[in-house]
Design a protein around this ligand. Sequence first.
Ligand SMILES: Nc1ncnc2c1ncn2[C@@H]1O[C@H](COP(=O)(O)OP(=O)(O)OP(=O)(O)O)[C@@H](O)[C@H]1O
Length: 258
Amino acid sequence: MTAVPALQLEHVSKTIGGLTILEDISLTVQPGERRAIIGPNGAGKTTLLNVIAGFLPATRGRVIVFGRDVTRLPAHRRVDVGLLKTNQQPAVFQELTTRQNILIALLRGRHRLLGLTGQVNSDRAVQREAERVLEEWGLLDVSDIEVRHLPHGYQRRVELAARFALRPRLLLLDEPAAGLAVDEIPAFIERLAQLPRDMTVVLVEHSMRVVFSFADRITVLHHGAVLADGTPDEIQRNEDVQAAYLAGAMRGRNAGTA
Ligand SMILES: Nc1ncnc2c1ncn2[C@@H]1O[C@H](COP(=O)(O)OP(=O)(O)OP(=O)(O)O)[C@@H](O)[C@H]1O
């Protein structure tokens, strides 16, 4: 018996203001898979993640998560099936400390409620778990600093730690390496590699270093449609992909900027 896919897109299209942004996209992501979605600027990658997460309704087609048709569910209801998305800008509580951000994420995960500070302080087990997450993510040194005072790379790390702490079954990462310094990328790649395999990850990313070290399979979008889909080796050898995107992106990689 084959496992129920983590994500199925069936003929998904998205039109905004008469403009076709996504056209007839079908793809299947297996449980535990690491899928990267790459393509030139404006190819439709972020729009696709927003359609999967429910922030934008599909104009046509179906979105199925772990066998459940979520096409008509709003984003907050898709969280109940274990789906979480990060944004290009870190979504963190700026006025709260790093520790408070992690505590709130853990409480939300437990109770599926927005945690209040009073509840946070009373829950010892959650506090212990927060210390573990802070240590795991190298955030202990900044745990009592309000996030708004932290550099962008740290804010990104706080966001990812908070999202991962929620233990989503399907995690959508929108350019998680954006804003990280070049010397922060290897540790970030290492962190991604340690994610548990019961978590399925769909990653949109321009850094080819991150994509090729992380992905089991890669889907290439071009002008809102799937140009190619395959293993990293297949994608690297694909001449259409080379012409449309990869040659330029890999030059950036070799220059150390990607
Ligand atoms: N709300 C909108 N209204 C009109 N056009 C939009 C809207 N959102 C996105 N677009 C257009 O849709 C196309 C795809 O945008 P999208 O942000 O999904 O691309 P992307 O592949 O994520 O690009 P990038 O790599 O630059 O982030 C672009 O041409 C963009 O201008």
